[in-house]
Design a protein around this ligand. Structure first.
Ligand SMILES: *[C@@H]1O[C@H](CO)[C@@H](O)[C@H](O)[C@H]1NC(C)=O
Ligand SMILES: *[C@@H]1O[C@H](CO)[C@@H](O)[C@H](O)[C@H]1NC(C)=O
Ligand SMILES: *[C@@H]1O[C@H](CO)[C@@H](O)[C@H](O)[C@H]1NC(C)=O
Ligand SMILES: *[C@@H]1O[C@H](CO)[C@@H](O)[C@H](O)[C@H]1NC(C)=O
Ligand SMILES: *[C@@H]1O[C@H](CO)[C@@H](O)[C@H](O)[C@H]1NC(C)=O
Ligand SMILES: *[C@@H]1O[C@H](CO)[C@@H](O)[C@H](O)[C@H]1NC(C)=O
Ligand SMILES: *[C@@H]1O[C@H](CO)[C@@H](O)[C@H](O)[C@H]1NC(C)=O
Ligand SMILES: *[C@@H]1O[C@H](CO)[C@@H](O)[C@H](O)[C@H]1NC(C)=O
Ligand SMILES: *[C@@H]1O[C@H](CO)[C@@H](O)[C@H](O)[C@H]1NC(C)=O
Ligand SMILES: *[C@@H]1O[C@H](CO)[C@@H](O)[C@H](O)[C@H]1NC(C)=O
Ligand SMILES: *[C@@H]1O[C@H](CO)[C@@H](O)[C@H](O)[C@H]1NC(C)=O
Ligand SMILES: *[C@@H]1O[C@H](CO)[C@@H](O)[C@H](O)[C@H]1NC(C)=O
Length: 797
């Protein structure tokens, strides 16, 4: 009976399911006013009983999700808010009488589980036999479904849409976000890579996809059909079949459920679950993207290597290099940390007495070397020992490549022939004869461990930069080598460094010179690298719980970003409650100061370029970095100018990290007056178009060299920059807007683009991509629909 209904329902088309649901013919209809709690009724069943939605046990608490009723353990296929702490047993989930799905973990804390886009209330819910939990409204059918926000699994009948990704879980029993990503790229390729890597192309370890130029180039999606065909679809046309399962849906008295999961080891697998009529279930692997775990980049963490015990085994084992210890021996994949400092020996220029070199045969080492020498094996080892800057050397085929810690993606199998030299210290030898300056205190080690985990991804992203600077650093390296004094040099600025509080206190001379003050605290001028490099040190204030969250948001946002038009993070300090960030120093200061001062005002030509710089930085945040970032506080003060007059966007502090499509209502984020889009002010709705609005205001300010709100003007019309610009635009009096003689075509183009960006209706505003095309003159600018009126509202606060 159960299997019959599964088969029937899986064969239904979507519209039939809706109709059936609307007619209340599904047995699992959940009506308004129903609720769940771990301590009471903890789940809602699908009519087949194979899927359940509700609270499942995780760690010492409960998570909310959907699972397959397998034995002995359930198989979780979806989790709500997967990165939040497990909930206590008095949590409740309610489908309220007013049609909302609300989770309550504390008396005063309610959280919607389903983001209902149009705020349309649900009429009823259903746990479908496909594993999809769906909210319906009487009026418009499905208004929310769990299938639209996959976590690490897609089920039969579900698709991973173009531009979306699956993120693996931490472990089989912890469904928080883990280390790997499967991305359904816009170009129709599907790619596996470790998360938090800057350069996906470089770090990808598996890819397969279409290279067809389909009619709908941006519509290719990964789909698992109910009968186990894993395929790439464009529209509803099959473009490529990755795997076709052989079981039919209902055979030999059993029901088969398929799922494709990005497992916590980074391998994408297609599973089949067989439910026998007698209630027994079994599971089998139908297909996996990769066989050997060691092929997965990042399977083992930093400073460790992956090895397989036999040449047929697919299982990988992680081992620390000599001189390193596991960050957590129970979770070896977190990688290893070095338990000695390499400063002392270098400071005293006696590396040989402080360190030993160990060699290990390995197969492969990831990351790009900083330098490559053509020397003998012996000299390679020697140069590794004597070199304070590089901790390891990889010798293969007569070439000696120097690597800096952390080492990543190393593997070892029975064919290993390359040699890895690593500098290490027992921490004891010869130390009696040299007094060691302050030993590493306990909390410093702890801090380091934390940092290593935090930075595991971040440091990895540096590889890409290594490539860029490989050539120049080689030159620097050779040069310094000749002088016999390789100090921390040019390359240092490319490494995200961790500082102690006292180092930064010294660097800023006791936080003396304040450069400015932002939402999060003051920024001070400082100097690192023995005073050779000027930096800006931001000291985060209110370092209580709130501060911690901000800090993590900022770190998370910044560590993955790298673009020439974004202010670069060089290092940071987390020491108990103290949190500081070290940024590159922008010598010319903020654009606001430059623009509003007659003496420093950039020329028209430079202003045009600066506007493009800002647009490019913003485009990167919106479209090009791994996680979409909405800046939320684009304004002149947050645009800084460097020595070469390049503009860079700063202050990602407010940035709300958003996974694609998860824009929405945000409480507690405040923008700056005059730059906030009307829909944000009125209803708190933030999207990328809010940034486009702010950019429009900035653009007009750059054009006219005045603030968006100015009281000292000749006529009332001119108080609001947007109104004034619009009036001049309508009258065709562009020349009024700028004082100097400028190219009229460029000016018109910039003015029109600016006005388009500040349209009240978010949908009328262009994307940043189109903004750039318009500014560059390669895209025609649409005729403006409405005058910008929103500023009137913005001043009423
Ligand atoms: C849900 O299914 C389980 C078995 O999987 C069963 O024990 C339970 O009674 C069912 N609950 C409801 C409300 O049907
Ligand atoms: C799951 O892993 C995350 C990240 O490693 C951790 O913060 C969380 O406490 C873990 N949850 C459980 C239940 O162990
Ligand atoms: C089921 O879960 C328990 C506890 O999490 C675990 O010890 C056991 O190995 C699991 N069994 C299977 C077959 O995965
Ligand atoms: C659950 O219990 C905790 C502590 O006993 C309490 O703080 C919390 O408000 C309770 N939650 C609900 C929803 O009652
Ligand atoms: C939806 O329709 C059903 C039957 O037509 C009705 O009983 C129910 O009250 C409606 N629900 C809402 C929220 O309008
Ligand atoms: C699917 O294909 C049918 C024809 O086979 C077509 O009529 C229908 O519009 C297509 N649906 C979508 C969503 O493309
Ligand atoms: C991609 O998938 C096709 C079809 O399954 C297969 O033949 C091919 O070997 C795959 N390529 C890679 C790189 O896995
Ligand atoms: C299914 O089960 C019934 C009795 O439980 C049995 O008579 C029949 O042969 C089975 N069919 C298959 C294909 O195994
Ligand atoms: C499940 O199958 C095993 C053997 O494969 C059998 O011993 C057991 O009794 C079955 N359980 C049920 C509930 O039928
Ligand atoms: C690897 O496996 C092959 C057979 O698959 C065997 O002949 C060979 O001896 C094995 N090599 C090692 C080093 O175990
Ligand atoms: C570092 O760890 C190694 C073992 O991996 C140990 O022999 C050594 O004594 C440790 N050194 C220090 C300074 O703790
Ligand atoms: C280097 O290795 C030798 C021999 O194993 C050992 O005696 C010495 O203590 C080591 N030196 C350091 C600095 O670890």
């Amino acid at each position: 009976m159960a299997s019959v209904s599964v088969a029937l329902i899986l064969l239904f088309t979507v519209s039939e399911i809706i109709r059936a649901a609307q007619n209340h013919q599904l047995k699992s209809t959940i009506s308004l006013g129903s609720s769940l709690s771990p301590s009471g009724q903890h789940s809602w069943n699908s009519s087949s009983g194979l899927f359940q939605f509700g609270f499942y046990k995780q760690g010492s608490g409960y998570s909310l999700g959907i699972w397959l009723v397998t034995s002995p353990n359930i198989t979780v296929v979806w989790t709500a808010n997967r990165d939040e702490q497990p909930m206590p047993s008095n949590a409740t989930l309610a489908l309220t009488m007013d049609g909302k799905l609300i989770l309550k973990t504390e008396e005063s804390k309610e959280k919607p589980i389903a983001d209902l886009v149009f705020d349309e209330p649900a009429s009823f819910a259903s746990m479908l036999d496909s594993g999809n939990f769906v909210l319906y409204s009487n009026r418009s059918g499905i208004i929310w479904e769990s299938f639209s926000t996959p976590t690490d699994t897609i089920l039969g009948g579900q698709s991973l849409e173009n531009g979306e990704h699956l993120l693996s879980s931490v472990t089989e029993t912890n469904s928080s976000t883990g280390r790997f990503c499967l991305n359904m790229q816009e170009d129709g390729n599907i790619v596996l890579y470790p998360r938090n890597m800057l350069n996906k192309a470089l770090e990808a370890y598996w890819a397969n996809g279409t290279d067809i130029q389909s009619e709908y180039p941006y519509s290719v999606k990964l789909n698992l059909s109910p009968n186990g065909v894993l395929q790439l679809l464009s529209g509803n046309k099959t473009q490529k079949i990755l795997f076709r399962s052989s079981y039919s849906l209902k055979s030999m008295n059993e029901t088969v459920i398929y799922r494709t999961t990005l497992d916590s080891d980074g391998i994408l697998r297609l599973y089949s679950h067989h439910f026998k009529n007698d209630g027994n279930s079994t599971v089998g692997i139908e297909w996996s993207a990769l066989e050997k775990q060691c092929v997965v980049k990042g399977f083992c963490g930093l400073n460790s290597y992956c090895s397989t015990s036999t040449n047929i085994s697919t299982k990988g084992d992680c081992h620390c290099f000599r001189g390193f210890n596991f960050i957590n021996p129970k979770m070896k994949f977190l990688g290893c940390y070095r338990n000695f400092s390499d400063e002392e020996g270098c400071k005293r220029k006696m590396p040989a007495e402080f360190y030993n070199i160990t060699s290990l045969k390995i197969t492969w080492l990831g990351g790009l070397p900083y330098a490559k020498l053509s020397v003998s094996k012996k000299d390679c080892s020697k140069s590794c020992l004597n070199d304070c800057y590089f901790g390891a050397a990889f010798y293969s085929d007569g070439a000696c490549s120097k690597h800096k810690f952390p080492l990543m993606f190393a593997t070892k199998d029975q064919y290993a022939s390359a040699i890895l030299f690593i500098k290490w210290s027992s921490g004891q030898a010869n130390l009696s004869t040299h007094r060691i300056a302050p030993p590493i205190g306990n909390d410093k080690v702890n801090d380091k461990r934390k940092l290593l985990t935090v930075l595991a991804g971040c440091l990895g992203s540096i590889t890409f930069l290594c490539f860029l600077i490989a050539i120049s650093s080689l030159l620097v390296y050779k040069h310094r080598k000749l002088q016999g004094n390789l100090n921390l040099g040019t390359t240092q600025e490319f490494i995200l460094q961790s500082f102690s509080y006292s180092e930064l206190e010294t660097a800023t001379n006791g936080f003396q010179e304040e450069l400015g003050r932002g939402h999060f605290g003051a920024v001070y001028k400082g100097a690192i690298c023995e005073g050779k490099k000027i930096v800006a040190v931001k000291r985060l204030e209110n370092p209580v719980e709130e501060g911690e969250r901000k800090f993590q948001a900022e770190m998370a946002a910044v560590r993955q970003t790298h673009h020439k038009n974004l202010v670069r993070l060089l290092g940071f300090c987390v020491q108990s409650s103290k949190k500081l960030l070290v940024y590159e120093f922008m010598s010319k200061g903020s654009l606001a100061d430059l623009l509003f001062n007659l003496e420093t005002r950039p020329l028209w030509r430079d202003r045009v370029r600066i506007a493009l710089d800002v647009a490019r930085g913003l485009l990167y945040l919106h479209d090009e970095c791994e996680v979409q970032i909405i800046h939320c506080d684009i304004k002149l003060r947050n645009i800084l100018i460097d020595d070469s007059w390049r503009a860079k966007i700063s202050d990602f502090g407010l940035a709300k990290l958003l996974m694609p499509n998860q824009t929405g209502i945000v409480a507690g984020v405040r923008g700056s007056r005059g730059y906030m889009a009307p829909e944000w002010q009125n209803s708190g709705l933030i999207t990328v178009k809010s940034d486009v609005y702010s950019f429009g205001v900035v653009l007009l300010e750059i054009i006219c060299c005045r603030s968006n709100f100015e009281v000292n003007v000749s006529t009332a019309d001119e108080v609001l920059l947007s109104t004034w610009v619009y009036n001049c635009f309508v009258a065709g009096e562009f020349n009024k807007l700028v004082e100097e003689e400028v190219d009229k075509i460029t000016l018109e183009r910039m003015v029109k683009t600016g006005l388009l960006c500040i349209q009240d209706e978010p949908n009328l505003r262009p994307s940043m991509k189109n903004v750039i095309l318009m500014l560059e003159g390669t895209m025609e600018i649409p005729i403006l629909a409405f005058p910008p009126l929103s500023h009137v509202n913005s001043l009423s606060h």
